[in-house]
Design a protein around this ligand. Structure first.
Ligand code: NAD
Length: 493
């Protein structure tokens, strides 16, 4: 069986004695095993990265920018190759995987202007003869820990910004689909990122804990489920590290009575079932306001049979399988339990039959869902859309603001005042007005609130550069020796 290695100091190497299985989710068969790095391996990688970082931070910004332009070029030229690697281990349709790469590429684009983003601040004559400069310096070695659902995009967000800012990175991707990042690391090397600046450590909890405890790891970016995000946040913070830990989600889409219902149904179907519901920005709850619920449910239900679900490599398929057999059982369990909780299963995805033997399930639509039901409260992370019926806009806002998750949300309306109120009232990090999946473009930043993000900086954009740099403020004056005197009071300007 093919063994998936790590990538350290410019080379693929097997780290660790233990192995984890990697599946082709479309066939349901194991395709490889990934070697899982030990604590001692991680220590060595971090040490080497710390050495490499010393030289990288001295590399001129013009040279660093040129490297990023090359990364951009190569990634754009070869995006389909990368997309196919993603599909082989994740299962999503190749076209969807190309979309993932492009959303990662946006952040590479932003980083290509790194000189602009790293420019400091300067104020002349803050006091007589005194100037102040604020400069941004890299942190050193930073760690990333990423989830299975975007094996290229999320790592690209982290590594691009961290490396552009002058850090070295040790990134541990999901052990379920680790190959995409190895390919990316080799592409970064080809573009001119020096050996040791980008390292990929494959592993599980042992490798993660080693990164969280390593004294030379200065910052940790995590993306994954909420319980693990909380754990990462507290353990890394306890060890004195800068940390941002992105967690799970339960994203609501409000459909107002004045919305165009066909447009809203198209959006709900796309956002709920795309990538088999395995997106942290997927819509998992449609909130039908007023008397439109029956029509909205009917319009969503009539679109479901047209979804093309199957092997992501086959032309025409839009949605692939779930990631693992466990995920299939878990998602099926929520649909199975919904009736018993008092909800109505309008479309049962478990009934859909597939020629392939992999971890496939059809799209499900569950109506009359309420808080307190597991199908509402839990993040299902599969193609299950719940419909909650409410009487008013205020009730919709109250429902969303009471959720522990606050990653993304959307409102569908033709009324500007309602949209403006929603933007103002809603306690969620990313908001779409007639946009069902409001993932911001690379020049802005990405991040939720509440249990969807522990930490205070978002991913990428200037927030990313803030996370991956520390500010140093230099006060300067050049007085004449004759002006010198002892001043024991606290310095005043
Ligand atoms: P996960 O939390 O199971 O795993 C994420 C990473 O944490 C992996 O690299 C994994 O190896 C590691 N990990 C898992 N258990 C660990 C443990 N006990 N100790 C230390 N490390 C551990 O998440 P997943 O199933 O890979 O991804 C899906 C989840 O990620 C969903 O909850 C989804 O909402 C979330 N997600 C969030 C965002 C966001 O931006 N908020 C983006 C993508 C995915």
């Amino acid at each position: 069986m093919n063994v998936i290695e790590s990538y350290v100091n410019g080379q693929r190497v097997v780290l660790g004695e233990r192995r984890g299985p990697v599946f082709n989710p479309s066939s349901g068969e194991q395709s490889a095993e990934v070697a899982l790095a030990s604590q001692a391996d991680v220590r060595r990688v971090v040490e080497q990265a710390a050495e490499a970082q010393k030289a990288w931070r001295k590399t001129g910004l013009v040279k660093r920018q040129a490297v990023f332009f090359r990364i951009r070029q190569l990634l754009d030229e070869r995006k389909r190759e990368l997309a196919e690697i993603i599909t082989a281990e994740h299962g999503k349709a190749v076209d969807d995987a190309v979309g993932e790469v492009l959303r990662g590429l946006e952040v590479v684009d932003f980083c290509s202007s790194l000189m602009h983003h790293l420019k400091g601040e300067f104020a002349e004559q803050v006091a007589t003869g005194v100037d102040v400069t604020q400069i941004r310096q890299p942190l050193g070695v930073v760690a990333g820990i990423t989830p299975f659902n975007f094996p290229a995009m999320v790592p690209l967000w982290m590594i691009s910004t961290a490396i552009a800012a002058g850090n070295a990175v040790v990134l541990k991707p999901s052990e379920r689909d680790p190959s995409a990042l190895l390919w990316i690391a080799e592409l970064f090397a080809e573009a001119g990122v020096p050996e040791g600046v980008l390292n990929v450590v494959n592993g599980d909890k042992e490798a993660v804990d080693a990164l969280l405890d390593d004294p030379d790891v200065k910052a940790v970016s995590f993306v994954g489920s909420t319980p693990i995000a909380k754990y990462i946040y507290s353990r890394a913070a306890e060890n004195g590290k800068r940390v941002q830990a992105f967690g799970g989600a339960k994203n609501h889409m409000v459909v107002m009575p004045d919305a165009d219902l066909d447009m809203a149904a198209d959006a709900a179907v796309s956002a709920a079932y795309g990538s088999c519901g395995e997106r942290c920005m997927a819509i998992s709850v449609a909130v039908a306001v007023g008397d439109i619920a029956d029509d909205l449910v009917a319009k969503i239900a009539e679109r479901i049979p047209g979804l093309k679900i199957g092997d992501g490599f086959k032309d025409g398929n839009e949605i692939g399988p779930l990631i693992t057999k466990d995920a299939l059982e878990r998602v099926s369990g929520y649909v199975a339990g919904a009736e018993g909780e008092g909800a109505t299963v309008v479309v049962d995805g478990r009934e859909k039959e597939f020629a392939e033997k992999g971890f496939f399930i059809g799209a499900s639509l569950v109506d009359h869902v309420k808080p307190g039901m597991k199908v509402y409260d839990d993040e299902i992370f599969g193609p299950v859309l719940s419909v909650v019926r409410v009487d008013s806009y205020d009730e919709a806002v109250e429902l969303i603001n009471a959720s522990r998750y606050a990653n993304g949300t959307a409102v569908f309306t033709r009324d500007g005042k309602t949209a403006r109120s929603f933007q103002f009232d809603i306690e969620v990090g990313m908001v779409g007005i007639n946009v069902p999946i409001p993932v911001p473009v690379g020049a802005f930043s990405f991040g939720g609130w509440k249990d969807s993000l522990f930490g205070d900086t978002h991913m990428y954009g200037m927030e990313g550069f803030n996370f991956y740099t520390r500010r140093k403020v230099v006060s300067t004056r050049w007085p004449e020796p004759s002006e010198s005197q002892i001043e024991l009071g606290f310095p005043r300007h």
